[in-house]
Write a protein that binds this ligand. Structure first.
Ligand code: ZN
Length: 76
């Protein structure tokens, strides 16, 4: 009576949509790549996210140097 989640583990795992390929993915501890359906789909998503993340921190410093000409003129 103290194991409500172990009632039926096989059918308790929900099926979710894989964010990468849109296919069915088993959202359960047995699926290491959840919510993705496979390792490949997870790596594709992480690769796209990392590539986008890589451009964000390089933009502000570049824009700060060229975005304030008065500060450069005052420095001379
Ligand atoms: Zn997938």
């Amino acid at each position: 009576m103290s194991h409500p989640q172990s009632l039926n583990p096989a059918s308790a795992a929900p099926i979710v949509v894989c964010p990468t390929c849109g296919g069915p993915s088993l959202f359960a501890p047995s699926n290491t790549w959840r919510p993705f359906c496979s390792q490949r789909c997870k790596h594709i998503d992480l690769g796209a996210w990392a590539a986008e993340e890589f451009r964000v921190p390089s933009t502000p410093p570049y824009d700060a140097v060229h975005g304030d000409p008065r500060h450069r003129d005052d420095d001379q």
